[in-house]
Write a new protein. Sequence first.
Length: 448
Amino acid sequence: MSGASGFVLGIDMGTSGARAVAMTAAGEVVASGSAKLAAYSDNHRDPVGWWKAVRAALAETLAEIEVAHARAICIDGTSGTMLPVAADGAPLATPLMYNDPVPDSAIVERIAAHAPEESAAHGATSGLGKLLTFQPLPGVFRVIHQADWLAGHFTGLYDVSDENNALKTGYDPVARKWPDWLARTGARADLLPDVLPAGSPIATVSPAAAEAFGLPSEVLVVAGTTDGCASFLATGADRPGDAVSALGTTLTVKMLSDKPLFAPQYGLYSHRIGDMWLAGGASNTGGAVLAAHFETGRIAALSESIDPATDTGLDFYPLLKPGERFPVADPAFLPRMEPRPAEDAEFLKAIFEGIAGMEPRPAEDAECLKAIFEGIAGVERLAYERLVSLGSPALRSIRTVGGGAKNATWTAIRKRKLAVPFLPVLSEEAAAGAARLALSGAREAGLL
């Protein structure tokens, strides 16, 4: 690797551990490392454990490359995970994780009374609610996000955040500032971090960090992002209309837009990334519905017998139980698994009720599986149509991540239903998305 081009480092702190990658200026991942949080702590809320995992993952990565060619570092963390710190970064209380509810429901009600409807600060796991929870503690210097705290270990600064992590704490990404209404909730402005655009330069590494990792003193630390945004960026999506569908237990769709989209009735808000906006929503359909009716091996075998070019004529909306979030916002929305072909009725009834046996019935099984594939693809299409109806650009491409991306038959059905190019995913590693932001910051600073 030439010293002229150099490389950048992306670090992802996830729920179960840390991952680091080294990426060239051309976007190629040339080294990586990982560390399980459980190896360093039996408590996922332990910041010391977070740092030890990050340190181990980064050390493993740096062992594979010429450290002297490092140019920049970026870190992502779980969205909404927050902790109060002293001026030197020392944690003053156990962090509240991304999925931890605010302990005092009165705080959530106070936010609801003052926050604009479209703000991401609403809800039981509100980042702003966590700030209000921690601010009475003695000696608090700032209340910051997980990624902020980890970045502080490289800069010595514990008062800087990014526009993506700050969103759920009440930050206004359109006006690009902490809004005036925060004061009416009782939030202390002096405890809020300074906010920079994701990927913007923060500072060079501190002497202590440079010595600990053998890094050049001019290595730049750039403002990070959330794990979800980093995962999107890792795929290579980078233009308005580029979308990523995650086919996991549930279906999540995200799209880059040239304008912000806010629709609280769908749980939809937008993260700012450069001059673009990342908007998306999550449906309750997805792989969990398939798993409820078919074993993994059975899905693979049946998929071989399905012709993805033809349509069953059925119109399923596959859900495990009533209730949908996006693209329909209705807690009473009913699953639609009718009408069923007459010859399939008894068999389908059996699998819906979880009754074993009645094998083999390959034709009926395949027809049912195909209808579910089509149904989820139909929800996916409706989800992108919903984004367009809310003001997003036209869908121009899709990249797919998650377990469902591996099923070629399902992919072919989705291509037929969605009728846009399906592009290859560069990486599913959130750390690679963080590295892409590090590339942006390094280029802005003239380091690459």
